[in-house]
Write a protein that binds this ligand. Sequence first.
Ligand SMILES: [Zn+2]
Length: 345
Amino acid sequence: MEKDCSYSMDDFSRIKKIDAHLHYYTSNDAFAQFAKTQQVHLVSINVDFMEDEWLPLSKQKEIASQLKEKHSDSYSFIDAIPFKPAITPSVIEDACQQIDVEKRNGAIGVKIWKNIGMKITYRDQLVMIDNPVFTPLLEHLETTKLPLLGHFGEPRNCWLPLSEMTVESDKKYYSSHPEFHMFLHKEMPSHKEQIEACNHMLTKHPKLNFIGAHLGSSEYSITEIARRLDQYPNMNMDLAERVCHLQHQAIENHQEVYDFMIKYQDRLIYGSDMVFTDSKSEEEQFNELERRWKSQWQFFTQTNMQNTWEVYGTFKGLGLPKEVIDKIYFRNAIKAYPSLSFLEQ
Ligand SMILES: [Zn+2]
């Protein structure tokens, strides 16, 4: 029975999908071309990192407009709301105008990164997203109906010592990014405070079309994710870089994770969080892309025992029904980012 209602591994390249969270930071269009052969529409996210490690936002924008022009059938982008290291009301005013420009240039949504709540200041204090200074910006997004993808906070592991982190991928990331490892920065807001700031913003802006990146930073508990999705009907969440946390929970609570995916099948959006860059070889990136797409597809569609390097232990695939996969991999992204509706034709 399972065979008929679930997709096979080979079906991956046969059905239409959207990878709604990745970072296309190279003008090499080989990945966009490949995506087309796999029936994947890529949504690349520009981020205002304000850090030298990453490609500057101006360059990201240049790449986005090139790829959009050349590959509009397999590529869309979400643009960054530009801030400054120190926010002022005039920075917010400029950001509102910039959002309109980005929308006209074809952005399907806009993104705010975790530096709000972790780095950026207002009146010499760290500023969280529920600070009233952001109200005009959030109201502007409500009026223009442009979706907001928000990455607020970090996985809860970020507040734990490396030895207590639940997945290997978090351990790897925070050991190389101590500046973001909040366990080492006790003066910074707690995980709970980060989530509360986001919740508070959602309470104040019920008309905002909000997508919580990375399972809204509530990845550690499907119960907590469910609670927030119940409480905030205008919130959807993407799975980018957090599928491993569902896999981790499936080791002990397989049925609960399955039931969660069924219950919230209209609210979750697939994203791989791949980063395409000039600083790695094309081959290495293709291998990684293939690995993520296939291993995550396997987890959602098959019911065999599986493992990945990110997760400690073996877990059973969820074998979700086809109609649920169609939503998570395609339809929900279109609902959250209505500009993608041309893909339905
Ligand atoms: Zn990302």
